[in-house]
Write a protein that binds this ligand. Structure first.
Ligand SMILES: C[S@@+](CC[C@H](N)C(=O)[O-])C[C@H]1O[C@@H](n2cnc3c(N)ncnc32)[C@H](O)[C@@H]1O
Length: 319
């Protein structure tokens, strides 16, 4: 997290690169699917004229309240409290079948979410073991830690945290929770420090388990798969999809999604005639973009950011 971020701020990562990737046109229609504190959204709006349009989504009511207050007097901007997997319904709310010239996903949690101990995302600060981005909705991390079977905990820690000590940590959780359920972030983080080590320098031993619980509690990977498909359907020809991910599980999904749609359906590979439905639908725009040393020095959170960009092709046109 950026040392310069305060409780209410979030420094947008790769901002000039995102603006270039989206190729923002003054009268275009854009979607920021992860408003956060609107660092990217604000910069997009600045480029729009009166008939340009920006839809902003976030599943966190605190982010949405900030967006609504900020853009209350701006008729170009509409704000939705919604998971981004439901972006088509939000777009339809403005105009049935509305499509976009550019769609941005800046995945993960924001600095204000991470820095607020009451949200329970951080293993560095004590708070309730919550981790829900959709504040107050659905099971908490404590529900998972105290309720899931040992086998399920191992699966979560392995699949979403790539945690090599998953069995050891899950066993210790099940043993400890029998006498007292886990309620606080630091209870869990300190227990993990006792039973597991990290071989990664500068990483707290609880890093991977906290990441895994967060991904599981928020259904992050399923959300991303569904949202990429929905976004793809809602791009105009030459519309741009820009996705910033912060860990390899997300980046793999984004990379595979873009590559799949940028290729001919393998059933037709090598055949002289490729029907329109089997032709590539996306063009990859450059390689994955990472922050330079100046940005990572200013904002350490940018260190793990990876921006991937693709452009929607005209139907039936080869890449
Ligand atoms: C990294 S922050 C975005 C920061 C933003 N680009 C800025 O410059 O301020 C990610 C935001 O996306 C939201 N978010 C994450 N997953 C979401 C999902 N599935 N649906 C909607 N919002 C989501 C989080 O609540 C968080 O506010």
């Amino acid at each position: 997290m950026s040392g310069s971020d305060t409780a209410a701020e979030h420094t947008p990562v790769l901002l000039p690169q995102v603006l270039a990737a989206l190729n923002v046109r003054a009268s275009g229609v854009y979607l920021d699917a992860t408003y956060g504190r609107g660092g990217h959204a604000g910069a997009i709006v600045e480029k729009l004229v009166a008939d340009g349009r920006l839809l902003c989504l976030d599943r966190d009511p605190v982010a949405v309240a900030e967006a609504r207050a900020r853009f209350a007097a701006d008729s170009r901007v509409s704000v939705f409290l919604s998971p981004f997997s439901a972006l088509a319904a939000c777009a339809d709310h403005i105009a049935s079948g509305l499509k976009f010239d550019g769609i941005l996903f800046d995945l993960g949690v924001s600095s204000p979410q991470l820095d607020d101990p009451s949200r329970g995302f951080s293993f560095m600060q004590d708070g309730p073991l919550d981790m829900r981005m959709s504040k107050g909705v659905g099971p908490t991390a404590a529900d998972v830690v105290n309720g899931a079977s040992e086998a399920e905990l191992i699966r979560i820690f392995r699949e979403f945290g790539e945690e090599r000590f998953a069995p050891r940590i899950a066993r210790a959780i099940v043993a400890d929770r029998a006498s007292k359920p886990f309620e606080r972030t630091l209870e869990l983080a300190e227990m993990i420090s006792r039973v597991a080590r990290t071989r990664e320098r500068h990483k707290h031993p609880a890093t991977r388990v906290f990441q895994a619980l967060r991904i599981h509690v928020n259904g992050e990977l399923d959300e991303l798969e569904a949202a990429l498909n929905a976004a793809f359907e809602r791009l105009v020809p030459q519309g741009r999809l820009a996705v910033i991910s912060f860990h390899s599980l997300e980046d793999r999904i984004v990379k595979q999604f873009m590559r799949r749609h940028a290729s001919t359906d393998p059933v037709y590979a090598g055949l002289p005639f490729v029907p329109a439905h089997a032709a590539p639908k996306l063009r990859l725009v450059g390689k994955a973009i990472q922050a330079d040393s100046e940005e990572t020095a200013r904002n350490p959170r940018a260190r793990s950011a990876r921006l991937r960009v693709a452009e929607r092709l005209f139907e039936g046109i080869a890449a």
